[in-house]
Ligand binder design. Structure first.
Ligand code: EPU
Length: 428
């Protein structure tokens, strides 16, 4: 019988103490792809120790790079001509592999990347990646589950308007534009801190990007880039998870390693719910004395409330005094895990992209299943507010985004264990 990992937490916990957050997954993955743009050895520091980073390392190895991942540092040696293909077996495990499309097209002029398909938070289109690259002169087609792109005459700068400030499309287009001939302007660009991080690394390599952190990015193409050493920004979503955990458990947590301004709206919601938040320079403290008061939350691209904290917002609503209206605007399937939270006794009703959450004093521990990274973390945190034990299954999802989650929970005072259980098999 196969064995799978579960996380068990005892409810009634109060998170208290200090926790340090690693570099942002969604920055580091792309910074690793950025290294493809320059021949030679680049080093990315403060890389989180999670499965997704290991998979990205493998993607780069198959493209001919030498990759060493140790002690939170990725050392990547990029050949003069990197390979051209990212296969399905890696892309299906890491959607973010699609971010090699832009840099490989810029460096080689041709690339084949497997299409990632949908996932548990929604359908997740890539049309803006493709139409933006096409405007820069790429020819793009699909065949046998691959996207095949080429730019025989090289990429040329273009004016690109995004229908929506997509994080992934902005990144792919940026990485293509830095080596294109002439100037590119990306309008309605994503403004996430991770985009700013990528722009800073690219500029340190010799790229000419201005407007990072605004909706208009101007890129003046250059002939070649040089390798560089860069430190990844802290993970605002992991930091935000601890912030919500502190508020939900009436705890007192100081989060180190992430700038509080990356979480302005999320922390402000916690203040409205009754928490005291003390921001530091690269840290913040969240304290909550009483039961939280219900707050409404609407997810939006940065600087709006992050969709990746939606499961935590639902958890907060589930234990708050009063009712919360939670609106999801980014992913069509983000509420798919709600039934797992209902198994913990949460009173949540969804209708399209809205959820109404009626708060309860206590939830009730139960076996539940993680369906994606953030849902998994959200269920564990909700389990802290439940009577009895909560066992969260399919924790490989959590491993994709939260380094040392169990050790951090234990350090913050939670009675928690990771265990292997036999996975029952049914059939004939
Ligand atoms: N979209 C399109 N067409 C496109 C691109 C996007 O329709 O060409 C749609 C998507 O289907 C989605 C929405 O636009 O509904 C937003 O997608 P976006 O491109 O902004 O997201 P992403 O780049 O696929 C990144 C993070 C996600 C995070 C979102 C939003 C990485 C690896 N992933 O995804 O992180 O939720 O931005 O902030 O950077 C996670 O870490 O758990 C995670 C899901």
């Amino acid at each position: 019988m196969a064995r799978v990992d579960v996380i068990r937490v005892k409810g009634g916990a109060r998170l208290a103490g200090d926790v340090t957050v690693d570099g942002a997954k969604n920055s580091a993955l792309k910074l690793m792809a950025v290294t493809l743009l320059a021949e030679g050895r680049s080093v990315v520091e403060n890389v989180p120790r999670i499965t997704d980073i290991a998979i990205m390392g493998e993607v780069l190895r198959r493209l001919g790079c030498q990759v060493e991942l140790a002690g939170g540092i990725a050392t990547i040696d990029v050949p003069a001509v990197p390979g051209a293909e990212a296969d399905y077996d890696l892309v299906r495990r890491l959607r973010a592999s699609i971010c090699v499309l832009g840099p490989l097209l810029a460096r080689r002029g041709d690339v084949r990347v497997a299409l990632p398909g949908g996932d548990m938070i929604g359908s997740r289109g890539l049309d803006m990646h493709f139409s933006g690259l096409a405007r820069m002169g790429a020819e793009i087609s699909g065949e046998h589950g691959f996207v095949i792109a080429s730019a025989p005459g090289g990429l040329r700068g273009a004016k690109i308007w995004l229908d929506f400030p997509s994080v992934g499309a902005t990144e792919n287009l940026l990485m293509a534009a830095v080596l294109a001939r002439g100037g590119t302007e990306i309008d309605n660009a994503a403004r996430e801190p991770e985009i700013v991080d990528i722009c800073e690394m690219l500029n340190a390599m010799g790229a000419r990007i201005s407007g990072a952190g605004t909706s208009t990015l101007q890129i003046e193409g250059v002939h070649a880039l040089s390798p560089v050493r860069h430190t990844t920004i802290g993970d605002r979503i992991v930091g935000g998870t601890w912030a919500f955990g502190a508020a939900m458990t009436r705890g007192d947590v100081t989060v180190h390693g992430v700038r509080p301004e990356f979480l302005d709206i999320a922390l402000d919601k916690l203040v409205s719910a009754g928490a005291v938040v003390d921001p530091g320079e690269n840290s913040f403290r969240v304290r909550m004395a009483d039961r939280p008061t219900a707050v409404d939350v609407v997810t939006l691209p940065f600087p709006g409330f992050a969709t990746d904290l939606l499961p935590m917002a639902l958890g907060l609503g589930a234990v708050s005094q009063g009712s919360s209206l939670i609106t999801e605007n980014i992913f069509d399937g983000r509420f798919m895990f709600v039934n797992e939270m209902v198994r913990l006794g949460a009173d949540i009703r969804t209708d399209g992209h809205h959820a109404v959450v009626r708060g309860r004093e206590r939830l009730s521990g139960a076996p539940v299943r993680a369906t994606d990274i953030r849902a998994g973390a959200g269920l564990v945190i909700a389990g802290l507010c439940a009577e009895g034990m909560t066992e969260v299954g399919e924790v490989h999802h959590i491993d994709r985004g939260y380094p040392d989650f169990v050790a951090d929970l234990a350090k913050l005072g939670v009675d928690v264990e990771r265990a292997q259980v036999a996975e029952p098999r049914y059939g004939f």
